[in-house]
Design a protein around this ligand. Structure first.
Ligand SMILES: C[S@@+](CC[C@H](N)C(=O)[O-])C[C@H]1O[C@@H](n2cnc3c(N)ncnc32)[C@H](O)[C@@H]1O
Length: 510
């Protein structure tokens, strides 16, 4: 940022302060511009251009780019030294045209108080009229910039703003928070922890607001505590190595302080929690190395003329099990529906057809695949016991938890939960707990997040997550849980029973 240093040398401190001429660090500007570019915009707006850092690397020959800058001096300084290949209007953005719309908007607005601005009353009146709510004279300028930009954003467009984070916790932020909730626009807020000084020459807090103009179910609150963490986020927005919390719009209240969502320690508001590994161990399912070769349904088995003794029964796809109880009857139904429920293991049985099938695998080079080439013989299968409880690896909002009463093995679509020997008697209690929303919420704190609201658990994410200390349950409650479990096994619908179970567990957690 050599040029920026030169700019500060020739410009009065007073002016820099009055116009809020503080520059976004390159790494942050790059992150923000990459994020807006993901929606392949045809038009982009930067309402406070300054040194033009945001649109610097964007191909403005093929995208309509427009900027606003109130100060011609700063523009001329950076124009002389850099090429601005897009139109910048020398104008007050707050008084500019409202009806121009853009696919993407990116901005680091001035942060100074609005009371210092001329034409204040006229601007506020205009804002209140356009937005249909009254705006207080104490509103900071950056809020006005943000509100106007949201108004100018096209449907399905993206907006990235870097602004101070105070509005999240103070009264003057309520209007904008309400606006964001009502319209369900907010996609994520990335907060920079107070120990990070984002701007070289200005002591201010900072957060990045990401808006996608489409309906969302929840908002992601991400807390960055070091430069290194920001680099991780820039490389992988969904990285689980960063403190993040997803809050459903229905749970967001504009009158509450949103700063709470960045405090990781507050996420564990429950008591009597211990590590999951105190009671049970999660282990991944069987990996065949080539499902198209090893996995069978009844028709394929008959077609290949293979003896049933060459197979073991197995759950091979997560969607095949739809109820919390996997009984012999449910498994039988999967067989009747000709689902893929057999896994071939060439060592279980020997006959001519079996040998022919193994030969066929070799002709297809199945034995040269990564996993098969590490097994001896290649057509044998991993020896794993059936797990009493199954949990699906990928989920959306809710985990699928299955009590495996049919004693069937599973492929990697599910993780197996094995209870430790001295807690054998609590297997059904653990299962019931994992079915409840509160049990899942606590477990979810350890999930890894993928795109499109997809969550993933590795076995160790489960082992290292927290759960209720079942040692505290009274004999009476254990007895009640068991009765509800028995009802669950017999019943068609489980929601009411799960609610009753939750009311028992919650007594210990709150
Ligand atoms: C915080 S700087 C951002 C500069 C650059 N975009 C960046 O991120 O490094 C804000 C810029 O907005 C300009 N500015 C201040 N008030 C403005 C207004 N009402 N309309 C347009 N630009 C304004 C300032 O002169 C300054 O260059």
């Amino acid at each position: 940022m050599k040029l920026e240093k030169q700019y500060y040398e020739i410009t009065s401190q007073e002016k820099v302060k009055k116009l809020g001429q503080y520059f976004t660090p390159l790494s942050i500007a790059h992150f923000m511009s990459s994020w807006i570019m993901e929606c392949s915009p045809k038009s982009i707006l930067d309402p406070a251009v300054g040194n033009g850092v945001f649109l610097k690397d964007i191909d403005c020959e093929n995208i309509e780019c427009l900027g606003y800058e109130i100060d011609s001096d700063i523009l001329n300084f950076f124009k002389e030294n850099k090429r601005f290949n897009y139109k910048v209007l020398i104008q007050d953005y707050l008084q500019s045209e409202w009806d121009l719309k853009f696919d993407a908007i990116i901005c680091n607005p001035p942060y100074n108080r609005f009371q210092m601005i001329d034409d204040r009353k006229q601007i506020l009146d205009n804002f209140s009229q356009k937005l249909n709510f009254k705006i207080s004279g104490y509103t900071n300028q950056y809020i006005l910039f943000l509100l106007k930009s949201i108004y100018q954003l096209n449907d399905n467009g993206r907006l990235a703003y870097i602004i101070p984070n105070e509005f999240l916790n103070s009264g003057y932020g309520n209007k904008v928070k309400k606006y964001l909730i009502d319209n369900k626009l907010l996609y994520a807020i990335i907060n920079f922890d107070s120990n990070i000084n984002v701007f070289e020459n200005a002591l201010t807090t900072a957060c990045i607001i990401l808006i996608k103009k489409e309906i969302h179910k929840d908002v992601e609150f991400i807390n960055i505590t070091s430069e290194e963490e920001f680099n991780i986020l820039s490389n992988n927005f969904f990285s689980s190595d960063i403190q993040r919390k997803r809050v459903n719009y229905n749970d967001l209240n504009y009158k509450e302080k949103w700063g709470q969502y960045f405090d990781h320690s507050e996420q564990l508001n429950y008591k009597n929690l211990v590590k999951f590994s105190k009671f049970a161990k999660a282990m991944r399912g069987i990996a065949t190395g080539d499902n198209s070769y090893f996995v069978f349904n009844e028709s394929k088995r008959r077609e290949m003329n293979l003896n049933i003794r060459s197979f073991f029964p197995c759950i091979t796809r997560a969607i095949d099990v739809t109820t919390p109880i996997l009984s012999f009857e449910t498994f039988q139904k999967l067989r009747e529906k000709d689902k893929n429920i057999y896994v071939f293991d060439g060592t279980l049985y020997k006959d001519k057809n079996n040998e022919k099938y193994i030969k066929m695998g070799e002709n297809r080079n199945v034995h040269k695949k990564y996993l098969t080439s590490h097994r001896s013989p290649w057509y044998s299968m991993e020896k794993k016991d059936p797990a009493p409880i199954l949990i699906n690896v990928f989920s959306r909002n809710r985990l699928k938890v299955i009590r495996n009463l049919a004693n069937i093995k599973n492929l990697t679509c599910y993780h197996g939960i094995f209870i430790l020997q001295n807690y054998d008697h609590l297997i059904d209690v653990l299962f019931c707990y994992l079915l409840t929303s509160v049990g899942q919420d606590i477990l979810y704190l350890n999930r890894r997040q993928y795109g499109g609201g997809l969550d993933k658990f590795e076995p160790n994410d489960i082992n290292n997550s927290m759960c209720l200390d079942f040692d505290l349950l009274t004999d009476e409650d254990i007895c009640n849980i068991r009765k509800l479990y028995d009802k669950l096994v017999l019943s068609e619908s489980s929601d009411l029973i799960i609610n009753e179970l939750e009311s028992i567990f919650i007594k210990y957690l709150l």
